[in-house]
Design a protein around this ligand. Structure first.
Ligand code: GLN
Length: 538
């Protein structure tokens, strides 16, 4: 059996260069030649996982089927490759230290001094090799978060150095993603920061095999030659990564530059088929040639930061392409939606999505927005907190349950229609204790969601502590406002839908996590279709 090959992706010069997108694009190109590929992200911060991080700090927290709260790059991997990731695909320094310290307490290193090298580095290496345990993959791409030279990423770089030595150079390689800044005063692209960052890598005993150069301008042949010479890489291994309009163009750009070929040659791999990107290209053609344009409002409290709702925005791209519409996502800060301005803000939208979230800030703005779209028969999609807001709005404004609320917001209500889940009541620790991951949901025959999914049992991913309070089912649900998706074991309400409305669905789960280029999520596709239809009536 052929050996698994390992590719390590490091970053130089600055953060936010898009290592995740490059890793996912390379993986896409290799997958399209029939290699079995997976990607892993190693994050150098001390949080055990990003679940406890505010979206302003770290963007969206992405949830996998097995309930891991992970870095948003895992979302890119799934969207590009359409393969599921898991806990093993995202490891942080916090988790590494936690397991080393747990082992120390158990006495596993009895008598020994526990140190960064070798104990932490060994744990890092184990986590990388864990993905190879079942020999499921031909290629494992490991992305090291942060920038080379950072104090906190040193143990990772050392672990990679050791692994390359242990696996053998023919089985492991490195790709260094770097920035080639353009100095407009000199009208010149500058390679010096890259030279320094390659040197820093070299000081740690790692030679960059490939340089992927982020740039705003084309790299000349002369510049490529210079970098190859000074950075000790082959000429064809200097890969240009020029700014593009959409991340979905990056695999094609990498193909043009021959990134896959350089990797295949370097690792002596035999492609199992000629590259086939037919489906990817079909998606891009539709995405770039929309037949009409619609406006969808996204109500949330972290809207200033694009990355906070990454998976939702990407799911709109996938579903927009299916419907051949260009979706302008209008960000609406929930705290800024007031009694005075809500009509002006919401007028002209063809659909409204109320986003997931936590805490009381902006709640009333969300409820007001739901009321407006319910009354005006504008397609509405509520996700997690968004679904809970729809229940509150209906309870207050249609059923007259004055002051109905969620106990996440206040305990001082006669009608706690959304309440802490029973299983959450004893939980004191915040990290990793929500209801997480994939759970089964059974759909009511002939409901709107049943029609959309085309089946009665679905599995969707979750991340919440509160739920619809079943004590109120009799008061709230009726043929006009029904619970059309329920967890078959616990009876937990997963979906609500309003009848006398073109499209009004709230889901307790997060469909956005499962939308990929090759399988756009059916709820998003249907919602966008409804919004498109609504736009034509206007
Ligand atoms: N804050 C709500 C809960 O915990 C909703 C969570 C979410 O939107 N992900 O139930």
């Amino acid at each position: 059996m052929s050996k698994t090959k390992f590719i390590f992706v490091t970053g130089g010069v600055t953060s936010s260069l898009g290592k995740g997108i490059i890793a996912a694009s390379l993986a896409k190109l290799l997958q399209s030649q029939n290699f079995r590929v997976t990607i892993q992200k190693l994050d150098p911060y001390l949080n055990v996982d990003p679940g406890t991080l505010n979206p302003y700090e770290h963007g969206e927290c992405y949830v996998t089927d097995d309930g891991a709260e992970t870095d948003l790059d895992l979302g890119h991997y799934e969207r590009f490759l359409n393969v599921r990731t898991s806990q093993a695909n995202n490891v942080t320094t916090g988790r590494i230290y936690q397991s080393v310290i747990d082992k120390e307490r158990k006495g596993e290193f009895l008598g020994k001094t526990v140190q960064v090298v070798p104990h932490i580095t060994n744990e890092i290496k184990n986590r990388i090799l864990l993905l190879d345990k079942n020999k499921e993959y031909d290629i494992i791409i490991t992305e090291i978060g942060g920038t080379v030279g950072d104090i906190e990423s040193l143990p990772y770089i050392e672990a990679v150095r050791q692994l390359i030595y242990e696996l053998g150079e023919s089985n492991a390689m490195t790709i260094h993603l770097t920035l080639i800044p353009y100095l407009s005063a000199a009208a010149e692209l500058k390679t010096k920061p890259t030279q320094h960052s390659v040197k820093t890598l070299m000081e740690s005993g790692i030679k960059a095999d490939v340089l992927v150069c982020r740039t705003e301008h084309e790299l000349s042949e002369e510049l490529r030659k210079k970098m190859a010479l000074f950075c000790n890489v082959k000429y064809e291994a200097v890969i240009q990564s020029i700014d593009v309009n959409t991340i979905y163009d990056v695999p094609l750009k990498m193909l043009e530059e021959g990134l896959d070929k350089v990797v295949i040659d370097r690792l002596d791999l035999n492609p199992k088929q000629k590259i086939d990107l037919t489906q990817w290209n079909e998606f891009l053609t539709k995405y770039k040639n929309p037949k009409s344009k619609i406006k969808i409002g996204l109500v949330g409290k972290y809207v200033e930061l694009q990355d906070s709702y990454k998976s939702i925005l990407e799911a709109f791209i996938h579903s927009g392409a299916v419907n051949e519409v260009d979706i302008e996502v209008v960000s609406l800060h929930s705290e800024h939606i007031s009694k005075k301005n809500y009509k002006t803000l919401l007028d002209g939208l063809h659909g409204l999505l109320v986003a997931p979230g936590f805490g009381e800030r902006g709640i009333e703005g969300k409820i007001r927005a739901v009321e407006y779209v319910r009354k005006n028969k504008i397609p509405f999609f509520g996700i997690c907190l968004g679904m809970q807001m729809a229940v509150i709005e209906y309870s207050r404004n249609i059923l007259g349950l004055v002051g109905a609320n969620s106990t996440e917001i206040t305990d001082d209500t006669k009608y706690p229609v959304i309440d802490l889940m029973e299983s959450q009541k004893k939980i004191k620790i915040k990290g990793g204790t929500m209801r997480l991951g994939s759970w089964e949901c059974s759909l009511t025959e002939n409901s709107l969601v049943h029609n959309i999914y085309g089946k009665t049992i679905i599995n969707e991913r979750h991340r919440h502590r509160y739920e619809f309070n079943n004590k109120f089912s009799k008061n709230i649900f009726s043929p006009a406002f029904r619970a059309s998706g329920v967890n078959p074991e616990t009876g937990l309400i997963e979906i609500i839908e309003l009848k006398d409305h073109p499209w009004f669905i709230g889901v307790q789960f997060h469909p956005e996590y499962k939308s990929t280029v090759s399988e756009p999520h059916p709820l998003f596709v249907s919602f966008v279709k409804a919004a498109h239809y609504y736009s034509k009536l206007k």
